[in-house]
Ligand binder design. Structure first.
Ligand code: SF4
Ligand code: MG
Length: 384
């Protein structure tokens, strides 16, 4: 399939009182049309910040400091055709170089997101049907005019930001949008959708709320749906149902999904390709088979633990001895960020490894791509 999103050398930093935090460091990956791209890693590895960076939702004191986010959209490429090669390349536009208003208008119709906690994305004082209808309406208007700046769309349909945004105004929502909202609720498997649309979020169960949030995220018919730990708060049966729903929708709509999780079972079941994150970097990426069966990076090996088997992956990340680094710039140093936990750390690992091609699209940030582990080069046990 064709590429939808090409993220290149993306870095996001937070400028805090303790110092500069390198939350996302030189990350590159591609999401194709109609695929599920998984991002897996421990908490604090930069998975969520990577997603927020793609969605242009990083908040101060954080900022995307480097990189390109190429998004295939022929209409936008046409609209900005005269802006130069850092903005337009064929059918792709570099999202980070688009005007603020246009970037904002991508959220919903182009990129949408679902979060772990549905209650943070739904306004408790507005009926479920009305808020989804509002999302439909706003996104219809945004699609009609991609160059304009619309304050009403700010953060709409994007989780916690929704609560802070405007209270839907009945007159703003057309009957057509309300009907579409009911259709969406039906599509995500809410029984008696027309009646349930009239209820408030607190009248919904956890699983039904999660479905409503998916409906809200689909309101703009997004090309890319980002799901950040979408099932972590749910019990196992409901988790399985929501994942199945996402997989079905992704197939029906040929939508791309970027799925963020710390759960390797979810990755094995849902994803076509995977990026493994550690300390703000993607340390290995490739197809499911590349990562589960032919991994090169010792961190990937550690994650998979004692069950490096696609059939029966470890359900949770295996603890790896040692601590995740702080990501404070002044403490990061030049060596491989995994070196102090790596059983194969050698002299070579003291200069920061570049991303290296393994084969095809399989790549890893590790010297072992190019050489074997050699005990005579090993760093002494007390090195760190
Ligand atoms: Fe281990 Fe060296 Fe590879 Fe880093 S570069 S993961 S220290 S072998
Ligand atoms: Mg997270």
């Amino acid at each position: 399939d064709a590429d939808l999103l090409r993220v290149r050398n993306l870095s996001t930093r937070f400028f805090t009182e303790e110092g500069q935090v390198n939350a996302v460091e030189d990350v590159s990956f591609t999401v194709r049309e109609g695929e599920v791209f998984g991002v897996v890693g421990e908490s604090g590895s930069g998975k969520s910040v990577t997603a927020l960076s793609v969605l242009d939702l990083v908040e101060s004191p954080g900022r995307v400091t480097q990189g390109e986010i190429w998004y295939r959209n022929a209409d936008l490429a046409d609209t900005f055709a005269d802006e130069g090669s850092n903005v337009v390349d064929g059918e792709f536009v570099n999202v980070l170089e688009l005007p603020e208003g246009t970037r904002r208008s991508l959220r919903g119709p182009s990129f949408s997101m679902i979060f772990q906690d549905p209650m943070s994305s739904l306004n408790p004082s507005v009926t479920v049907g009305e808020q989804i209808a509002e999302a439909v309406e706003v996104q219809r208007r945004a699609r009609a005019n991609p160059r304009s700046t619309r304050s009403r769309t700010q953060g709409y349909g994007l989780g916690s930001l929704l609560v802070d945004s405007i209270v839907p105004d009945r007159e703003y929502v057309s009957d057509e949008s309300y009907e579409r909202a009911v259709e969406l609720l039906d599509q995500v498997g809410i029984p008696d959708a027309a009646e349930r649309a009239d209820e408030y979020p607190h009248q919904f169960s956890g699983g039904m709320l999660q479905r409503a949030m998916v409906a809200q995220a689909l309101a703009g018919e997004p090309d890319l749906l980002v799901a950040d730990e979408p099932t972590t708060a749910l019990d196992v049966t409901i988790q399985a149902q929501i994942l199945e729903l996402l997989r079905d929708l992704q197939e029906e709509e040929n939508m791309s999904v970027m799925l963020i999780t710390h759960n390797l079972g979810v990755i094995a079941r849902m994803c076509d390709r995977v990026g493994v994150m550690y300390a703000g970097e993607i340390v290995e990426r490739g197809t499911l088979e590349d990562v589960f069966e032919d991994h090169v990076h010792p961190y990937t090996e550690g994650l998979l633990g004692s069950v490096p088997d696609l059939e029966e992956p470890a359900p949770r990340l295996q603890p790896i001895e040692g601590n995740v680094p702080s990501l404070l710039d002044e403490e990061m140093g030049d060596r491989c960020y995994f070196a102090d936990r790596c059983p194969h750390a050698m002299e070579d690992c003291l200069s920061h490894p570049e991303e290296r091609d393994v084969d095809g699209e399989h790549s890893a940030r590790c010297v072992l791509v190019d050489r074997e582990y050699d005990e005579s080069d090993a760093l002494p046990d007390d090195y760190f």
